[in-house]
Design a protein around this ligand. Structure first.
Ligand SMILES: Cc1ncc(COP(=O)(O)O)c(C=O)c1O
Length: 419
């Protein structure tokens, strides 16, 4: 580990949570240099929905590389890009009756968010955007401005302006109607809330602590946006791509966002990001928003192959099935340890176990790692254990990972009793 400590910037993060040198990976297993295997309940923060080194995806990429396929082409036309566009259209958009144009941005989530915000502001000729408490949308300036957590929002990072934060669903508990609050602020000409160009929202705030919006709330938000001529941007970067069971996380709410951002698992494990926009919103001038690494052709190949998982309902059904097993395991933990006052939140295959006691969740995930499970924390106080395994994880491995969480909690509590 010495070279990382001496040469790599202090900014390094996950290396601290998972202090070993990983060498290989396959499916839901990461193996370190010493041959120790870890079950992965982190999945590259939602990038590895199809698993590490997915056989189908790897094969397609090797064939493309061996055929000298274009790797870097800015946003020129390539066969890889055409294949991707055709597959995305026929497999994802058409069956859902979704009419959207696709913009390729720089290949990370925050790039897609920047583009979406810039486009919305340009179209509406308004600078303000509404974002929600506990939202996370990336760390470049525009995306950071719509991200709630103070840990990232240092005064020295300058402009974080032109954004109004409003309470997410249940922010004040379930007896405060956060949508009524937003409506009042928009309607009241003296509220101080400038009419926003857009509202940006995650259907499940993943980094923010697995806060799950209901279908009713999302529908209400969508209706409110229509009523006041505000664009609705759904940031589906972490919980899209099948994480909740359907390809897009908002399908269950029966809404049609104006703009959608996608990244992480869309690239089949490789860097890639997209903005989907209603065709009438595609008001970009040619080349107005560019980036050298728009259109990662190897990612197009990976993604085109990954999208074949959506040719039939098998993956979607598997997510529902495995998600139910995840909930059951967490519910059993909650029932075994009522004194922890644990909360469980999630949908599909993203679940959070909130342990309100300070630092308890952190101690538990550290113990999980010692026992061979890679799992991370979420929430403003890092009080939520976030379960995010690859969607394709084998049921047996999923159960082993869930058992490690239960054992780790037991062990942490037992050690505390002895002390
Ligand atoms: C909902 C959401 N939006 C945007 C981002 C930023 O993506 P990236 O880290 O690729 O810039 C993330 C990353 O976790 C995210 O979860």
């Amino acid at each position: 580990m010495r070279i990382f400590e001496s040469l790599e910037s202090q900014v390094r993060g996950y290396i601290r949570s998972f202090p070993t040198v990983f060498a290989t990976s396959k499916g839901a297993i990461l193996t370190d240099e010493n041959g120790r295997e870890y079950i992965d309940f982190f999945a590259g923060a939602g990038t590895l929905n199809y698993g590490h080194n997915n056989e189908r995806i790897t094969k397609a990429m090797i064939a493309y590389l061996e055929g000298n396929g274009v790797l870097h082409g800015l946003d020129m036309a390539t066969t890889a890009k055409r294949n991707f566009l055709e597959k995305f259209s026929s497999t994802i958009l058409e069956p859902r009756n979704m009419d959207y144009k696709i913009q390729f941005t720089g290949p990370t989530g925050t790039n897609a968010v920047e583009s979406a915000l810039k486009l919305a502001r340009t179209i509406k000729g308004r600078s303000n955007v509404v974002a929600f408490t506990n939202g996370y949308h990336g760390l470049t300036m525009g995306a950071l401005a719509v991200t709630g957590n103070t840990f990232y929002r240092d005064e020295a990072h300058i402009s974080r302006s032109n954004v109004s934060f409003m309470p997410f669903e249940n922010y004040f508990g379930d007896n405060v109607d956060s949508l009524a609050c937003l409506r009042k602020m928009i309607e009241d000409t003296s509220s101080g809330l400038d009419l926003p160009a857009a509202v940006i929202v995650e259907t499940i705030q993943a980094e923010g602590g697995i806060n799950v919006a209901s279908a009713e709330w999302l529908k209400g938000l969508s209706d409110l946006c229509r009523e006041f001529d505000i664009l609705l941007i759904i940031d589906d970067i972490q919980v899209g791509n099948g994480r909740t069971g359907s390809f897009f996380s908002f399908e269950f709410a029966d809404i049609k966002p104006d703009i959608i951002t996608l990244s992480k698992a869309i690239g089949g494990g490789l860097p890639m990001a997209l903005v989907l926009m209603r065709p009438d919103l595609d008001q970009w001038k040619p080349g107005e928003h560019t980036g050298t690494f728009r259109g990662n052709n190897l990612a197009f190949v990976a993604c085109t192959e990954a999208l074949s998982y959506w040719d039939n309902p098998a993956l979607s059904e598997a997510v529902q099935y495995k998600g139910a097993r995840m909930y059951e395991a967490l519910d059993a933990i909650r029932n075994t340890h009522p004194e922890l006052e644990a909360n469980i939140r999630g949908r599909g295959m993203i679940w959070g176990l909130e342990l309100p006691e300070r630092n308890l969740a952190r101690t538990v995930v550290e113990t999980c790692f010692e026992k061979g499970l890679v799992i991370e924390l979420a929430g403003a106080e890092k009080q939520v254990i976030k379960l995010l395994p690859p969607l394709v994880i084998e049921e047996d491995l999923l159960k082993q990972g869930l058992a490690i969480i239960a054992e780790s909690i037991k062990e942490v509590l037992k050690k505390r009793e002895i002390l």
